[in-house]
Design a protein around this ligand. Structure first.
Ligand SMILES: *[C@@H]1O[C@H](CO)[C@@H](O)[C@H](O)[C@H]1NC(C)=O
Ligand SMILES: *[C@@H]1O[C@H](CO)[C@@H](O)[C@H](O)[C@H]1NC(C)=O
Length: 362
């Protein structure tokens, strides 16, 4: 039999197969629903430049931050390049970097596929934000309300804005500063909460209130990111009095216990109680822990010091004072400054969170 007649004979079946395949794919796509935008709340791990527009010293919109960003320019991200949320946005078919809400050069149309309300140095606790006069989570939620109203007045209209809000993926990345900047650093909260566990319970209550508020405003798909092993940040190794240079295992235990309550109690409870909510817990502790313990396995050469300065304490402006000591290749470092991961580490975190958790929204 010649191939043209073969083709004639099987063509109808081929067409039917293709129709079935595309039909099934379309139905699956409809069922899971596409993510319209990535909307971010939190601290420096996800601040893409909001602090540039408020009076605070918790800034990073200068060299060497942003050294490996698209055009080599600093953006206000505390890293040499992009953050985990930028990689996540790209993986969802959205823009490769998430704009900062307060960026005065942007219009509401620029923010309709993603926006960060995050502010470096903030925490769930208002008192944490107060230390460096940055944007509290309550204020980030106020900005989110304003954002919703601006979307409804944009070319999207009421219905379009409602759809963006409903189909967006909300990401929280916050809590580390409440412990390292506030609880373990200043006396006030320690006087009120005798143990870190009691303070963690207070923070989880604040997380719950924030999630409930976004749900009440129409949000449905949400990710609350767990804490990383904060005792292994270079600055915390440096400050470890019991064992200088080693990870602070007390801080790591606090992070694990916070995560266990978040994942085991708060997330299931809110999914039970709030109609239509799809809240997931994103695990990042194990990923960073594995990398820090065996950096060579992941192609890193240094997990104990940041790339900038001595790498032991510098962050923000201090990072810009000692650029003669800047490392050559940040891809070989887990941390860019004494607190914040490099772009390469952020991309590993993003990929892991997508593979283990966020794929349910893809
Ligand atoms: C806004 O855009 C202009 C022109 O591109 C640029 O010169 C300016 O620095 C930008 N301002 C901010 C706050 O990013
Ligand atoms: C935090 O501050 C805001 C005002 O900015 C206030 O409305 C809110 O009640 C405060 N939250 C707590 C838990 O004190």
């Amino acid at each position: 039999m010649s191939s043209p007649s073969l083709l004639r004979r099987y063509l109808p079946w081929l067409v039917l197969l293709l129709l079935l395949r595309d039909g099934v794919a379309a139905a699956a796509g409809k069922g899971s629903g596409k993510v319209s935008a990535i909307i971010v709340f939190g601290d420096s791990s996800v601040d893409t430049g909001n602090n540039n527009f408020i009076p605070t010293i918790a800034r990073s919109n200068f060299w060497p931050y942003g050294r490996d960003f698209a055009d080599g320019l600093p953006t206000g991200r505390f890293s040499n390049g992009r953050l985990a949320t930028d990689f996540i946005s790209e993986a969802f078919g959205l823009p490769p970097s998430i704009p900062a809400y307060l960026d005065t050069n942007l219009t509401i149309d620029d923010l309709a596929t993603g926006v960060s309300f995050a502010s470096a140095s903030t925490g769930l606790d208002n008192a944490t934000a107060g230390i460096m006069s940055v944007i509290t989570i309550s204020e980030q939620l106020e900005y989110f309300k304003e954002y919703r109203e601006r979307l409804a007045l944009s070319k999207l209209g009421e219905a379009g804005a409602e759809e963006v809000v409903r189909e967006a993926l909300y990401i929280w990345s916050v809590g580390t500063n409440d412990f390292i900047e506030n609880y373990y650093n200043l006396p006030q909260r320690r006087a009120q909460y005798a143990t870190a566990a009691e303070y963690a319970a207070y923070l989880l209550g604040l997380a719950e209130a924030a999630i409930r508020e976004v749900h009440a405003l129409g949000g449905r798909k949400m990710d609350f990111t767990g804490l990383t092993p904060m005792g292994c940040l270079p600055a915390e190794r440096m400050g470890n009095r019991a064992a200088p240079g080693e990870c602070n295992e007390e801080y790591n235990a606090v992070a694990r216990s916070f995560n266990a309550k978040l994942q085991g109690e708060l997330v299931p409870k809110l999914n039970r109680e709030l109609p239509g909510l799809r809240l997931v817990y994103a695990e990042t502790y194990g990923v960073l822990d594995a990398v820090v313990r065996k950096p060579q396995d992941y192609g890193f050469e240094n997990a104990e010091r940041g790339c900038c300065g001595t790498g032991l304490f510098e962050a923000g402006y201090f990072c810009s004072f000692s650029t003669s000591m800047l490392c050559r290749n940040a891809n070989k470092y887990v941390f860019f400054d004494a607190i914040h991961p490099t772009e390469r580490m952020y991309s590993i975190l993003a990929q892991s969170v997508i593979d283990t958790t966020l794929h349910v929204f893809l």
